[in-house]
Design a protein around this ligand. Structure first.
Ligand SMILES: Cc1cc2nc3c(=O)[nH]c(=O)nc-3n(C[C@H](O)[C@H](O)[C@H](O)COP(=O)(O)OP(=O)(O)OC[C@H]3O[C@@H](n4cnc5c(N)ncnc54)[C@H](O)[C@@H]3O)c2cc1C
Length: 361
């Protein structure tokens, strides 16, 4: 299990090895992972999850899950950008707008175009505010959107964006749109604790007209509860576990020649093994009764990635604290899961864990 990658597909393996080589420089230079995304396309990963009719391929035998785990171990920036692209595609694939699917999915499957998603304002961002962050007014031909989408990864590199808005009656819509329409202003990508290379920023919409032909879903209430892949989905847990796995793998390498690390390293390996098994079960079954709900899986993945990355930093000592060391990057990347697509129950579980003194105090 503790080989560098889980896949036995030679093309995927080649792609992940190539991607891993550039992960450090991408992070240090805050550089958009263009070549890494090209590697994924060449390996056939861009086509995964898109039906064959539109030039894609249906994943088999946990293929998508293995891709997320391996790609994250290689480079979190790349797998995170892939996940935001796939979130946009998943919404389009699930919709009933056949002409939209025919016009956008083939180019997305071949990697010719890139899509992303800006939907957090419908589920997690700004939920305490009185007014929705993006409002829409319906006309005969479409919708006019005004407001601010707070988070969009890779917007400045995207040909297509899936976003949403709230209508006057409180119902919500999801739309696919080009990013160069009149009235759109894309914010400069922001500097962050990690993942600055993901070119994440906001988007201002000033009375932007989107035709009805671009409707992906709605109008309906609580639109994020339909179409799958919402906040804290199992994909987000796989990505968090991919970073945890990378940390534990690196710790195990240190532990090979240091007896003082072995007991704790074995404990973390055992926890990771259980988590991977449960994530696999949770993907294939309805697991409410076994406590393998998406929220529980995400709380466990978050807890493990935070502890494993700090265990690795502790083992790597001062050298691991230096900018550019794998431990330093992994600790910064682990923090991302506290804020990204993190349901309230998972955030609450983290707060409880932080507020408790360790058992030996
Ligand atoms: C690197 C990165 C990339 C991301 N990429 C995407 C993407 O591509 N697409 C996408 O849709 N989303 C994306 N997100 C958004 C992410 O999934 C979460 O929605 C986001 O991190 C939530 O944080 P927020 O600051 O927007 O939350 P908010 O809830 O809006 O919190 C903002 C501030 O409001 C205050 N506040 C919060 N709750 C309350 C309350 N109950 N009462 C009073 N004050 C409160 C706090 O001071 C807080 O700092 C990304 C996030 C990050 C960090």
């Amino acid at each position: 299990m503790l080989s560098e990658f889980l896949t036995n597909n030679p093309e995927y393996l080649r792609a992940f090895q190539e991607i891993a080589k550039q992960a450090e420089v991408i992070d240090i230079e805050n550089r958009w992972p263009r070549e890494q995304l090209q590697c994924l396309t060449e390996a056939g990963i861009s086509a995964l999850g898109i039906p064959e009719t539109y030039g894609g391929r249906v994943p088999v035998n946990q293929e998508m899950e293995t891709v997320y785990l391996d790609c994250t171990s290689a480079c979190l920036t790349t797998s995170f950008v892939l996940s935001q692209r796939n979130a946009a595609i998943q919404r389009i694939v699930a919709c009933s707008n056949e002409s939209l699917k025919q016009s956008v999915l083939p180019d997305l499957a071949s990697g010719k175009t890139f899509a992303t998603v800006g939907i957090s304002h419908l589920s997690s961002s700004g939920q305490h505010l009185e007014k929705p962050l993006v409002t829409a007014h319906e006309t005969d031909q479409g919708f006019v959107l005004t407001g601010m989408v707070p988070w969009i990864t890779g917007a400045i590199h995207a040909d297509l964006l899936v976003t949403g808005a709230t209508l006057e009656d409180g119902k919500q819509i999801l739309l696919a749109m080009e990013t160069d329409l009149e009235g759109i202003e894309l914010g400069t990508p922001i500097n962050m604790l990690s993942l600055t290379a993901s070119a994440t920023g906001n988007m201002h919409l000033n009375e932007v007209f989107i035709p009805k032909e671009n409707l992906v879903a709605g109008p309906t209430e609580n639109i994020m509860k339909s179409g799958g892949g919402g906040t804290g989905s199992l994909t987000t847990s796989l990505i968090a576990t991919g970073v945890a796995r990378r940390a534990i793998l690196a710790l195990a390498q240190e532990a090979e020649h240091r007896e003082d690390l072995q007991t704790e390293c074995e404990q973390l390996i055992a926890e990771l093994t259980d988590l991977l098994k449960d994530l696999e079960t949770a993907q294939t079954n309805s697991c409410e009764e076994k406590n393998l709900t998406p929220q529980n899986m995400r709380a466990r993945s978050n807890s493990l990635v935070l502890r494993a990355s700090q265990a690795y930093l502790t083992a790597a000592k001062g050298r691991g604290f230096v900018h550019g060391h794998l431990a330093e990057r992994t600790v910064r990347e682990a923090m991302f899961f506290l804020v990204w697509s993190c349901p309230q129950t998972v955030a609450q579980a983290a707060l409880r864990e932080f507020a408790c003194p360790p058992a030996w105090v």
